[in-house]
Design a protein around this ligand. Structure first.
Ligand SMILES: Nc1ncnc2c1ncn2[C@@H]1O[C@H](COP(=O)(O)OP(=O)(O)OP(=O)(O)O)[C@@H](O)[C@H]1O
Ligand SMILES: [Mg+2]
Length: 504
């Protein structure tokens, strides 16, 4: 075997009472695409932050190309040839894409970085971009960009230096559509042929078989398995089982047994110029309605319009059969509509506040009735119950939301939605970044909600929409693609969302 480019042995890290990593052994070879797997909170991002110099390990050793290294800053890691795109890349919203790329590289202007000239970097960024196949104007402000475009900027930022040996991507595909994911994989394969190793974190297990050569599984802060993908295929091991440490049942709950009840939410001819047109649909009590749409299909805007965050230019919205004018999210909440937004970190969470503070935000009325002491006790009990339902880990209500792993932050927003006791629930991309075990729990929750409410699941994950919903439609370039009488099969739904056509 070739000398590994990067090794870690016996690495540990503690955050206060939480032992995030213990005795981690890990290696990646030259030109190897290595997937790093584990449930939410297993320690993946913590390990990556150590490899990229953002935080320091408490113990253990790291080597790069056989030599021991000590990373005290991100620049140390970059200088050693390790480039990282973090789980939630921090870009400066009011600067252009190009400026963000430079910002990451100019830093103190010492040593290596003093020699990087702007023209050279710009040329390199443009050259990389040409291969990336995501149409992107680097002169645009990052704040104006979509999630996909921001991810692309972050990847370009990571790659825009010389001598990169290892590229680390912490859940890059969670914001990408199927098409863009293919582009990313193509780019990864190119880098691989140039001898660059890639460490790749994902919760989409089928991606492991599509792109990786090998994988490691983290569980509770230790590496419990390392295997080649060929080996895994041959022995038919279940990746989900390795991650969870136990057998997994069906991810999706059974479909609704009874026929759906009355229409709780009716959209008629709803439209906003250049975003979506002539949307007519109903969500009924007792059912989960699935809307499959890629990024840019208008799904995001549609969900925000139903939630009163964007005004409709045309058409009507009826709730319980009565026409409503939803001029604000407050008005939508009062009408009994709750939205779990897609871009949760910017729209759904007060990051510096404890989980306990975040959960009742959406339902202050429920949280504020009765005497203060009673209220506090009830709130705590409700919140505890909810954290159990979404499998929040650690199940702590006093930890600031920012102290949770990425997937667990998502669960806090979901808990907030469940606490809202609405009649109509709209979940946008509900399980992005959520591990497979917790996903099953969340789908089961949706099914439970749908017993008394109407649930709408809007997602760019076709399998999720098809798996969880009783009835599905697709949104393509702002138009609804409705199924033929027999309903959509999984493949028809995919076609409808990607091509805008119903199969003959
Ligand atoms: N800044 C922090 N302060 C306190 N605890 C933290 C901090 N960062 C992470 N942790 C804890 O360390 C553990 C590992 O978290 P980490 O973010 O590495 O998980 P992960 O495997 O990346 O999960 P996910 O799939 O949800 O992104 C978790 O229990 C988390 O709550
Ligand atoms: Mg993470």
């Amino acid at each position: 075997m070739a000398t590994p480019v990067l090794t870690a042995s016996d690495v540990s890290k503690r955050f206060g009472p939480v032992q995030a990593l213990r005795g981690v052994d890990f290696h990646v070879g030259p030109g190897e695409v290595h997937a790093l797997l584990g449930i939410n909170g297993a320690g993946k991002s913590t390990f990556i932050k150590i490899l990229s110099g953002i935080i320091q390990k408490d113990g253990g050793t790291l080597t790069v190309a056989g030599r021991e290294v000590h990373f005290r800053t991100p620049e140390d890691a970059i200088r050693a040839g390790i480039a990282t795109v973090q789980q939630h890349p921090e870009l400066v919203a009011d600067m252009s894409g190009l400026d963000n790329i430079f910002l990451g590289r100019e830093t103190a202007g010492r040593g290596l970085f003093a020699r990087i000239d702007r023209a050279g970097l710009e040329a390199r960024a443009e050259a990389l971009l040409a291969r990336f196949a995501v149409p992107l104007d680097l002169r645009q402000e990052v704040g104006q960009m979509s999630a996909v475009e921001r991810e692309a900027v972050a990847i370009l930022q990571a790659l825009a230096v010389d001598g990169i040996r290892v590229l680390i991507l912490d859940e890059p595909t969670s914001t990408l559509t199927e098409v863009e994911r293919e582009d990313l994989f193509a780019l990864m394969n190119q880098l691989k042929t140039r001898g660059i190793s890639i460490i790749y974190i994902t919760h989409q297990l089928e991606e492991v078989f599509a792109i990786a050569d090998s994988f490691s599984v983290f569980r509770a802060g230790t590496c419990v398995a390392r295997m080649s993908v060929a080996e895994a295929r041959e022995s038919r091991v279940s990746l989900a089982e390795l991650m969870l440490g136990e057998a997994v049942g069906d991810v999706f709950p059974p479909k609704a047994g009874a026929p759906a009840g009355e229409a709780l939410l009716e959209l008629e001819g709803l439209g906003r110029p250049h975003e979506f047109t002539d949307i007519t649909l109903q969500a009924r009590r007792g059912e989960i309605l699935g809307i499959f749409g890629l990024v840019g299909s208008g799904c995001d805007e549609l969900s925000k319009t139903i939630f009163g965050a964007l005004p409709a230019a045309r058409g009507t919205i009826r709730v319980h059969g009565r026409e409503v004018a939803l001029r604000s999210p407050r008005a939508a909440l009062d009408a009994g509509i709750f939205l779990v937004p897609g871009d949760r970190r910017s729209e759904g969470l007060a990051l510096s506040r404890p989980a306990l503070f975040n959960v009742p935000l959406a339902n202050l009325r429920r949280a504020s009735g009765g005497f203060w002491a009673l209220r506090r006790g009830r709130l705590r009990r409700d919140a505890q119950e909810l954290t159990r339902q979404v499998a929040l880990h650690p199940p702590s209500l006093t930890t600031p939301a920012s102290g949770f792993s990425g997937g667990n932050q998502q669960k806090i927003v979901l808990a907030k939605g469940l606490y809202s006791q609405a009649d109509i629930y709209i979940f946008v991309e509900p399980t992005v970044g959520v591990d497979i075990g917790a996903r099953a729990k969340i789908y089961a929750q949706m099914r439970a909600l749908a017993r008394t409410a109407a649930v709408v699941v809007i997602s760019s994950d076709c399998d999720e929409v098809h798996g969880v919903a009783d009835r599905t439609v697709a949104l393509h370039k702002g138009r609804l693609v409705a199924p033929a009488a027999r309903g959509f099969s999984r493949d028809d739904l995919l076609m409808a969302g990607i091509m805008g056509e119903v199969a003959a």
